[in-house]
Design a protein around this ligand. Structure first.
Ligand code: ADP
Ligand code: MG
Length: 591
């Protein structure tokens, strides 16, 4: 058996063991570091792979040819061999068949950096000793097990099992070091290995070390050549670190409420965590198949695509806000941070749902503004009212004196209408200033709402607007200040009519929205409200109308706040706007 001793002389010699599996495919059982370095990988990934998976095509053919030749002829084979990386320095490939009792052959492959024609070493009986000596130097743990008793262990094995010397291990049962729970399966696997039914490759098990600490290990093995009682040669690899970090990653990936996603540079989904399903109600498969444009709000698609483009160039993206569609047809506002690994051509993204947070912020902002304006309005309204009263008084006087003169008639008319307008504004201010609704009573919306609609009928007629009312029967009453609530509906319906200068239809609906709420919706077919304006509704003096005050909605919000209700708008440009008022139902109290 030439070659073995040469390997022992030179630890930097790339070496690997191959054995046929049940399908007669030659698979790597073990490889040393030099071997791994030669093929540009690490030793553990080589295990369980065929030469075709380990070498480029031309080389794989040569290696396979050598292995098969050695296997069928049961003779050492030597051949010239170039690795792709180093064409200048040829290797010599040497294959040693190691024959077992069963006739199955295990093949030791060595790649010598220089031709070794003149370096042949003595073989024969020395081989077993040489082999053990070789194994002593293995970085991986190696055990020989006969009838479950360990007859040999290398130093790497001692350190893996936290033993001081290999003597502590030899003579003990292999199962002393295996978690009892896993004994039956390992027994089964070893039996299958001995009977040549199934190779043992990367079998994962928990081992218990001398100090009692558990480790996760991978066992690979084969039946030792030349042994009387089917001795087993086992290799143990400690994969604890690998498994625990992987486990931790998995746990974070599945447990976090944030959305995690990995994309490739073509925008295809590589991985999504389960938070996606919880959040959007689509299955992960469905989500991975959908186009980006189909899961994002149409107005946000452009921003998302621009971000993807930048990511592809290695620019990280932070705090990108996109509205994502849910299975229920709603949009959730997701804030994304992502970066790309250009060498892997992958984009990693983390998304947080900020829908509620944003709503809260907006509400807070709005109510802060409201209270400030409310205070201001209270002061202002009184300041304006007093001089206004004296002005009106003087106007009466003037009218008495000059009212009969037709050349003044126009002036009086204009002054009258201007006074009316000032009073209107001041009155609106005063409503704002009123701190709390005073007169809370249960009222039936199915009566109150039609009254208001009737009230506005003349104005609707003028604007060629047709109004319809839908009322759900048997609605529970709402606790409210009737006059204030009327004010809200008047404002909303007026806005609806004013949004349709060419006429159209306006629908007012009263329904039970949930256990606790009655909803009143006012839907028009007007011009709609642009997005940036939608967020500003209710701001004082925000108006797009020539004669508007921009106070109507502000008053509505204020009143809704006092009623612990909600006012909410949905709008589509050119199609119309729906205002929805939610009012808490007056639940009967026992008092
Ligand atoms: P005003 O009606 O005096 O302008 P509001 O506070 O009632 O003040 O409304 C503020 C602005 O909101 C309006 O000027 C208009 O631009 C917009 N708006 C409110 N309701 C609608 C609606 N139904 N359709 C379109 N725009 C609306
Ligand atoms: Mg208005």
């Amino acid at each position: 058996m030439t070659g073995l001793s040469a390997l022992l002389d030179d630890a930097s010699t790339p070496a690997a063991l191959f054995q046929p599996d049940t399908a007669a495919t030659l698979l790597c059982m073990w490889a040393n570091r030099s071997f791994a370095a030669m093929i540009g990988s690490n030793a553990s990934t080589a295990i369980g792979r065929s030469p075709r998976e380990l070498f480029p095509k031309g080389q794989a053919d040569l290696v396979l040819e050598s292995l098969q030749a050695a296997q069928t002829r049961r003779q050492p084979i030597r051949q010239r061999f170039h690795t792709a990386a180093d064409r200048q320095q040829p290797y010599e490939i040497a294959v040693e068949p190691l024959e077992g009792n069963d006739g199955r052959v295990c093949l030791l492959v060595l790649f010598h950096p220089s031709p070794l024609a003149e370096r042949s070493a003595p073989g024969g009986d020395a081989s077993e000793r040489s082999y053990k000596k070789l194994v002593e130097q293995f970085p991986d743990s190696v055990l020989i097990v006969e009838d479950d008793i360990i007859s040999f262990a290398n130093p790497a094995c001692a350190s893996l099992l936290a033993a001081t010397t290999t003597d502590q291990i030899v003579g003990r049962s292999l199962f002393d070091f295996i978690l009892p729970m896993q004994h039956p399966e390992l027994r089964h696997r070893l039996r299958a290995l001995r009977g040549d039914k199934e190779p043992l490759l990367g079998f994962e098990t928990s081992i218990i070390r001398f100090d009692g600490t558990p480790r996760i290990a991978e066992l690979s093995g084969f039946v030792s050549e030349g042994s009387r009682n089917r001795a087993l040669q086992l290799m143990i690899r400690d994969v604890t670190e690998q498994r625990t970090t992987q486990e931790e990653h998995n746990r974070f990936f599945t447990m976090t409420l944030d959305l995690l996603a990995v994309y490739d540079f073509d925008g295809k989904v590589v991985a999504l965590n389960p938070a996606w399903t919880n959040k959007f109600g689509f299955s992960l498969e469905e989500l991975s198949q959908r186009k980006f444009a189909a899961i994002v709000h149409p107005d946000d698609v452009q921003a998302g695509q621009t971000a993807a483009l930048l990511l592809g160039k290695g620019v990280p993206i932070v705090n990108l806000e996109l509205r994502h569609l849910t299975a229920g047809g709603e949009y959730r506002l997701i804030r994304w941070s992502s970066s790309a690994l250009t060498e892997h051509k992958k984009i990693y993204a983390i998304g947080t749902d900020i829908t509620e947070m944003r709503e809260q912020q907006d509400l807070l902002q709005k109510s802060e503004k409201l209270s400030i304006v409310g205070q201001l309005a209270a002061g202002l309204a009184h300041e304006i009212r007093n001089p206004l009263t004296s002005l009106k008084g003087f106007l009466q006087l003037f009218r008495k004196r000059f009212g009969h003169d037709p050349s003044y008639a126009d002036y009086f008319r204009i002054m009258d209408t201007e006074f009316v307008r000032i009073e209107e504004i001041v009155n609106e201010f005063l409503i704002l200033a009123k701190p709390q609704p005073r007169n809370f009573q249960p009222h039936d919306m199915s009566e109150l709402v039609p009254d208001i609609v009737k009230l506005l009928e003349p104005q609707a007629l003028l604007g060629s607007v047709e109004m319809t009312v839908d009322i759900e029967p048997d609605l529970a009453p709402v606790n409210c200040d009737e006059n204030q609530l009327k004010q809200v509906f008047v404002n909303l319906i007026k806005n609806g009519i004013e949004a349709m200068p060419q006429g159209g239809s306006l629908n007012v609906k009263v329904t039970r929205r949930s256990e606790d709420y009655i909803a009143v919706t006012v839907a028009d077919q007007g011009q709609g409200i642009p997005q940036e304006q939608l967020n500003r509704l209710g701001e004082p003096f925000m108006t797009t109308k020539v004669n508007g005050t921009g106070l109507g909605l502000m008053i509505c919000y204020k009143i809704m706040e006092a009623h612990q209700g909600r006012l909410h708008f949905e709008s589509r440009l050119g199609q119309g706007t729906t205002a929805e008022v939610l009012l808490p139902i007056a639940h009967e109290t026992t008092s």
